[in-house]
Structures are given as structure tokens and as C-alpha cells.
Ligand binder design. Structure first.
Ligand SMILES: Cc1cc2nc3c(=O)[nH]c(=O)nc-3n(C[C@H](O)[C@H](O)[C@H](O)COP(=O)(O)OP(=O)(O)OC[C@H]3O[C@@H](n4cnc5c(N)ncnc54)[C@H](O)[C@@H]3O)c2cc1C
Length: 468
């Protein structure tokens, strides 16, 4: 009997398969669609490729700021979609070759849980057996009740990532990461974009300073933001979609060419029969313990189908932890507060750890330092100095509790505070690090210096403003 069957080859499943094979387990991976899951095929990767197109276009449109005159610029959105699909194709080949190289058997099929240690395969009318089964079937865009998908008119991210034509106007339902990223892409291509959310702010899980700065930056790019606003009705007409909204100013009807529904995700537990085995909670997520065991012996679950944080790197880390536990290794439960999070809008938002309000709720003494990128040499040289790096730390010990950033490319700055927090680094230790100049990473050190009350690159009056 094989050791392990993994259902689903997203960043949870395929990474778990490779690690399990490295640990000497015999592994079969069942995948009904493209290797790499939603992340690689219809999520993280194609959206980031399109965001790069948007960035290039924004640079060209703003070239005069650099003393560069361009002629008439034409931007072919279909070509952008093609480029994103090519990036996906190359990465998918990479996953395929990694799985082959590690001796993982891949079966293209749909699997269903049939009991402890067995899964049924739809295409082969066959059952597979293993000592362990790891369910990594992910999630799909959550539909809104009574709002069917109408290609070209009412879409989710899945359709939006392959539609080659651009609408003149789009209303995005949902001001989370996916909504803000699509707003960035479409706005760069000249689309009239409105974001609607019932929450009072964009990215409500982020530090309030990040939500506010992002809303301001998107507004400056010409994106309309309607928070605290509920969609009351949606009607697809012949050449537009009519959307009834209720917000702080009362009722209003908006007409747009396209609506993007980006209101969250529904776990695919029903697509693998986990619900039939009563393994799920009220929202359909598979319930697991800290080591990813479900309520059924030998069945494990990771990634978006299990939650709690629906992110690719979380799925991968959970997958590694699950198979290491199966192989008899001791593992430490993941700390979900300390998981890095990024929204790749322009500007980007990147964070980890506690927000300032969360840190204050702990009733510990807290110090905060917020360093504006306007005072960072590299950001000014890049011509994109909006945003900041904010550090939240324990006021007694200087221990880093959270880092929150807004700005050009700040997702790439997460690595340093991530390592710092993992190693329980204090502000004093950050102060002793030497950062290359000129880099955006200096803003992290400056934010730490601000929290310590001794910034180098801000005048004393800025310190007084921050400490209040
Ligand atoms: C537009 C968009 C952008 C995103 N951007 C980011 C980002 O920038 N960063 C980030 O961290 N996260 C991002 N995410 C979230 C990220 O894609 C998910 O967190 C991640 O894909 C979860 O990985 P997973 O392995 O749990 O599942 P998935 O990647 O969803 O993979 C599950 C796989 O299981 C397969 N499957 C399902 N049922 C069966 C079955 N019964 N039998 C066989 N196979 C089955 C599916 O076909 C799929 O391939 C984004 C999501 C979207 C939609």
C-alpha cells in the first residue's frame, strides 16, 4: 500500500507531495485540472503578471515626469492576458518536472473520499488506498446569492483572468485584496472603476493606517471607492449591468458594463465528499487540529479548504507540516498572526503580525514608528514615494509585534521583519543592523529608530507628532 494520496495540486498539495517524497513516503497526487491549483493557474500568478503590465503602462503614461516623451501609446489587453498565460504555462511545467523529479505519481482525475484510507476516482471507476490521505482541494470564488455569472457582464476572478476585452466601466463588489488588485489592473488600462464594500474600509483586516493610505492612493488614481455600501440588487441588461446600492448617502443605482464579484471564497470540501463525512464546519471548511488531522483517522486537510488564512504560502507551510507529522517528525503549530500578507495593488500593502489596535488590546505598553517613504532616498529616486513603513513593538522589551507597509514593491520588504519577528528581534537589534544605501529597506530600520525615539532621517518635530 502506498503511504500517501494527496488530492489537489495547489501550493498546498504539490509542495506537500515534494516534501513527503523527500521524507521517503510513496506519494500519489490526484488533480482534476491544471497542476499548481488556483494559485498558479487562476490566482496569485496570472494576477501578478497582469499587475506588472499595469505597472509598465502606468510608467509609460507618467514618462513625462522623467523627462521622457512618448508618442501615442496603445495597450492591447489581450496581449497582457496572453503574457500572463505564458507565465502560468512555464511555471506549470516547472511544477510537473519537480513532481517527476521527486518520484511523485500524478493521476489526472477527480477524487472523492470514500472512507479512512480510500478515495474513489471518477474517471477510472477505481479506488485508491493509502495509509494517509491529504485533502488539499482549495476553494473557489464565493458566489452571491441570486447573482449568476454572466460571461462578459458579471464575473469572478476566474473569468476576469481570461477575458481579453476591456469594459469601459466596472463595478467591483469587494474591497479585499483581489478587488483592489483588479481595480489597479483595470484602472491602468483606462477603465472607469468603482469598488463597493459593506465594510467601512478597504482591506479591513489590515492596520487602519494601511487601509486609509491605500484608499487615498486608489482615489488619486481615479478609482471611486464606496465603503459602508451594500449591493441591494443586480440586473443584467442587454448592454450593461444595473446595480442598486445602499450607502451612507442613501439609495443609488449605478450602470456599468461589467461587475466583478470578489466577496471571498467557498471551500471545495463538497467537491471531494468531505461534507458527506461530516468533516466540515458551518461554512464548509474542513475542521482540523493544529497538525492538520481531520475527525476521520488517516485523513488530513490543509490550505484553503481548511482555512483559517486563505493564502498560498500558508497552504504550502501547512502541507509541509502535515507530511512531516505523518512521517513522525515533531512540528510546531503555525502562528497565523505572524503569517505575512500582501496585496499587490499599486501601491502595495504588506504586513505581518499585530496591527496597532490589536497590539493595544493586549494592554501591553506599545511603541509605534511610522516612517514615510517621502523621506526615503530610493523611493524618491524611483519616482514613487507614496506610503510608509510602520513598526509596532512592545514598549518595555522592544520586541517587534507587527510591521505594516504601503508603497511601491513593499511586499519584497517583508522578508527582513519576518525573519526578525521569527528570531524575536528587538528594536535595539534592528538599530544595530547596517542596511544598504539607498534602498527601500532602510525605511524599516528608520521606522524602528522612530519607535525608539531616535530617528536619523526625520526632524525632531516629526517624532513629537508620532509620540503625540
Ligand atoms: C485572483 C486570486 C489572486 C490570488 N492572489 C494570491 C496572492 O497573491 N498570494 C497568495 O498567497 N494567495 C493568493 N490567492 C489565494 C491562493 O490562490 C490560495 O490561497 C491558494 O491557491 C490555496 O492553495 P490550495 O493548495 O489550498 O488550493 P488550490 O490552489 O485552490 O488548489 C486546489 C486544487 O485541487 C483541485 N481539486 C479540487 N477538488 C478536487 C478533486 N475532488 N479531485 C482532484 N482535484 C481536485 C483543484 O483543481 C485545484 O487545482 C489568490 C486567489 C485568487 C482567486
Amino acid at each position: 500500500m502506498r503511504d500517501l494520496i494527496i488530492v489537489g495540486s495547489g501550493p498546498g498539495g504539490y509542495v506537500a507531495a515534494i516534501r513527503a517524497a523527500q521524507l521517503g513516503l510513496s506519494v500519489t497526487l490526484v488533480e482534476r485540472n491544471g497542476l499548481g491549483g488556483i494559485c498558479l493557474n487562476w490566482g496569485c500568478i496570472p494576477s501578478k503578471a497582469l499587475l506588472r503590465n499595469a505597472e509598465v503602462l502606468e510608467l509609460i503614461h507618467g514618462a513625462d515626469r522623467f523627462g521622457i516623451t512618448t508618442g501615442e501609446v496603445t495597450a492591447d489587453f489581450g496581449a497582457a492576458i496572453d503574457r500572463s498565460r505564458e507565465v502560468v504555462r512555464r511555471l506549470r511545467l516547472g511544477v510537473q518536472s519537480l513532481l517527476n523529479g521527486n518520484g511523485v505519481e500524478v493521476i489526472p482525475d477527480t477524487a472523492t473520499l470514500t472512507g479512512p484510507g480510500t478515495v474513489g476516482l471518477t474517471g477510472r471507476d477505481e479506488r485508491l488506498q493509502a495509509k494517509h490521505i491529504l485533502v488539499a482541494v482549495g476553494a473557489r470564488p464565493r458566489p452571491l446569492p441570486d447573482v449568476p455569472i454572466v460571461p462578459g457582464r458579471v464575473v469572478t476572478s476566474r473569468e476576469a483572468l481570461e477575458e481579453r476585452d476591456l469594459p469601459a466601466s466596472v463595478l467591483i463588489l469587494g474591497g479585499g485584496a483581489i478587488g483592489c488588485e483588479f481595480a489597479t489592473i483595470w484602472r491602468a488600462y483606462g477603465v472607469d472603476v468603482t469598488i463597493v464594500d459593506v465594510a467601512p474600509v478597504l482591506l479591513p483586516a489590515e492596520d487602519p493606517a494601511c487601509s486609509e493610505a491605500l484608499a487615498e492612493a486608489l482615489h488619486q488614481r481615479g478609482i471611486t471607492i464606496r465603503t459602508s455600501t451594500a449591493m441591494q440588487g443586480l440586473h443584467v441588461e442587454s448592454d450593461h449591468v444595473r446595480v442598486d446600492l445602499h450607502g451612507p448617502a442613501g439609495d443609488e443605482t449605478v450602470r456599468v458594463e461589467r461587475v466583478l464579484v470578489a466577496v471571498g471564497s467557498t471551500p471545495n470540501s463538497d467537491q471531494v465528499g468531505a461534507d458527506a463525512h461530516h468533516l466540515t464546519d458551518r461554512k464548509g471548511f474542513i475542521r482540523t487540529d493544529a497538525q492538520h488531522r481531520t475527525g476521520m483517522p488517516g485523513i488530513w486537510a490543509i490550505g484553503d479548504v481548511a482555512g483559517p488564512l486563505l493564502l498560498a504560502h500558508v497552504a504550502s507551510e501547512q502541507g509541509i507540516q502535515a507530511v512531516e507529522t505523518m512521517a513522525g517528525h515533531a512540528t510546531t503549530p503555525l502562528d497565523y498572526v505572524m503569517m505575512p500578507r500582501a496585496t499587490y495593488s499599486h501601491p502595495e500593502v504588506a504586513s505581518l503580525g499585530m496591527t496597532e489596535p490589536q497590539a493595544r488590546e493586549t494592554r501591553r505598553p506599545i511603541v509605534v514608528g511610522t516612517f514615510p517613504l517621502q523621506a526615503n532616498a530610493r523611493a524618491l529616486a524611483l519616482g514613487d514615494a507614496s506610503g510608509f513603513v510602520k513598526v509596532v513593538a512592545n514598549g518595555d522589551t522592544g520586541e517587534l509585534l507587527g510591521v505594516h507597509m504601503v508603497g511601491h514593491g513593499v511586499s519584497e520588504l517583508l522578508g527582513e521583519p519576518l525573519l526578525g519577528i521569527t528570531l524575536e528581534t528587538s528594536l535595539d537589534e534592528v538599530e544595530r543592523t547596517v542596511h544598504p544605501h539607498p534602498t527601500l529597506s532602510e525605511a524599516f530600520k528608520e521606522a524602528a529608530l522612530l519607535a525608539l525615539g531616535r530617528p536619523v532621517h526625520l526632524p525632531p518635530r516629526a517624532l513629537q507628532r508620532q509620540t503625540g
